[in-house]
Design a protein around this ligand. Structure first.
Ligand SMILES: Cc1cc2nc3c(=O)[nH]c(=O)nc-3n(C[C@H](O)[C@H](O)[C@H](O)COP(=O)(O)OP(=O)(O)OC[C@H]3O[C@@H](n4cnc5c(N)ncnc54)[C@H](O)[C@@H]3O)c2cc1C
Ligand code: SF4
Length: 443
């Protein structure tokens, strides 16, 4: 927009943080400074922990740098099933290429760390496809702390790419500024009501101001965008505002190995497997992408589950542990409508994910593949992310154990770091919230 000569004002709820403040590589500091609700965001039943960024640069400041193009099957599904125009693979190709150039996206040339190598080895042994992750990095030191903010500015996040480029061209950035309401008359936006956020970077400091512009672009993520519109009583002719919010629910397994893994060093994600992504066609049974999670103790203590002595013992085994994860491909089948977002009186989002047999069947299948891959890679035991799971000593024992577990909310450990939808694109105001260009549809 600044390239087109427009005057741009960026409003960000979170603080402005940069590589200097990431130098300690501390999880506790990062959760507090860089994540929504200090990392404690989750669905209302507590079943899915939701990680999302909250600082200038958004979630790209904390993400793990895996930079894939949207799969062609997905683009075609959006066009065919939801009538979204201009997202066919051919039309999107130049846009992807442009972003790949701007963000220096390329296959990671450094050998994977032992954590990622375990996934590659497991897939290799089982004859499953796997490949190397493309990453958006320039001069990466391979230290592995992307989730805490990159201390070397190697990660090509919005914080070091698009935002400074816009500022150089005259854009203005106001951080610690929360848009509290979109003021409107009928379906025309008249102004934004903005709250200043205090020095604690979290609570409103009592400052209120309004912003008027010729055009408004809402890009607060798939949870906060619909929440803000709902809190503002925005027109919602389809009744879909906040519905069909998808989160790629993530189940995990932790494998113990005889050799050191030390999964806190090295690029957090450098191998992946798409063996089961389209396992039953695009709209069939739920498929999943398999990847690796970095092994920092804060994140892992949540993944390992258990309390007191049990958790202490499990965290003690982190040095030799590897964590497999599956990104469940939600939202392609009618039986899976994802989460719906509503708001409390203060406008804070409430996230409600609809589980059913379709979802649990997919998650059980994923836990089985993650476990099998770890035993195939040489794990001596595997712990599935489930309240009632015990360390299984062999694949045969694990198969039996997986059948005996009950699959229900809260019992299965689930994360999400990928938030999508909430303001669905589509054909018209009866079927969607926005048109194919992202304009709010009016009745
Ligand atoms: C730990 C982690 C690892 C990840 N790893 C990967 C990866 O390797 N590869 C990948 O493709 N994806 C990854 N993701 C996901 C990816 O980074 C996000 O999906 C993506 O950045 C979301 O972009 P967005 O623009 O939708 O929202 P965001 O980047 O979340 O930006 C929204 C911004 O709006 C601000 N905001 C919200 N409400 C308001 C308000 N009312 N007023 C003002 N500002 C507001 C927020 O603070 C935030 O900064 C990861 C995510 C996490 C959390
Ligand atoms: S692995 Fe690379 S991109 Fe990630 S934090 Fe370290 S230097 Fe930055």
């Amino acid at each position: 927009m600044t390239n087109a000569g427009l005057k741009v004002l960026l409003l960000e709820d979170g603080p402005l943080k940069s590589s200097d403040s990431f130098a300690d590589m501390e999880e506790a500091r990062a959760w507090n400074d860089l994540y929504q609700e200090s990392g404690s965001r989750g669905t209302k039943d507590g079943a899915i922990a939701i990680f999302q960024g909250r600082s200038v640069g958004g979630t790209t400041v904390v993400n793990w740098t895996s930079s894939f193009r949207t799969p062609e099957n997905t683009l075609r599904h959006w066009g065919k099933q939801h009538g979204v125009e201009g997202v066919d693979p051919e039309s999107m190709a130049p846009w992807f290429a442009k972003m790949e150039e701007r963000l220096n996206i390329h296959r990671w040339p450094v050998p994977p760390n032992p954590n990622n190598n375990a996934l590659a080895k497991g897939c290799e042994t089982l004859g499953w496809e796997w490949d190397i992750v493309p990453r958006n990095v320039k001069g990466c030191w391979n230290i592995g702390y992307c989730g805490q903010g990159c201390p070397s500015n190697a990660k090509q996040s919005m914080l070091v790419t698009t935002i400074p480029a816009a500022l150089e061209k005259g854009a203005t950035l106001v951080h610690n500024a929360r848009v509290n309401k979109v003021l409107h008359q009928g379906d025309r936006v008249t102004a934004l009501q903005v709250q200043g956020i205090g020095e604690d970077n979290r609570h409103p400091n009592g400052t209120l101001f309004t912003v008027k512009a010729r055009r408004y672009i809402l890009a607060a993520g798939a949870i906060n965008s619909p929440a803000l519109l709902l809190h503002s009583d925005a027109p919602d002719p389809s009744g879909l505002l906040g519905k069909r919010t998808f989160v790629h629910p993530v189940p995990v397994t932790i494998g113990q190995f005889n050799t050191p893994i030390e999964g806190w060093h090295g690029a957090p994600q450098s191998t992946y497997s798409d063996e089961f992504v389209w396992r039953d066609g695009v709209a069939g049974k739920m498929g999943y992408k398999m990847e690796i999670a970095p092994m920092h103790p804060g994140l892992m203590s949540a993944a390992l589950g258990g309390f007191g002595e049990t958790l202490f013992e499990r965290v003690g085994g982190l040095k030799n542990a590897s964590c497999n994860l599956a990104l469940m491909r939600d939202g392609f089948n009618e039986q899976n409508q994802g989460a719906s977002i509503s708001v409390d009186n203060n406008g804070y989002p409430i996230i409600d994910y609809a589980f059913n047999d379709y979802v649990w069947e997919g998650i059980k299948h994923a836990l089985s593949s993650l476990t099998e891959a770890q035993f195939a890679a040489g794990a001596t035991s595997v712990l599935a992310g489930h309240l009632n799971a015990q360390n299984w000593q062999s694949w045969a024992e694990a198969k039996k154990g997986l059948d005996e577990l009950s699959y229900e909310a809260v019992k299965v450990t689930l994360f999400s770091a990928h938030l999508m939808g909430g303001c669905q694109l589509g054909r018209n105001e009866n079927e969607a919230v926005c048109d194919s260009q992202g304009n709010l549809l009016r009745a």
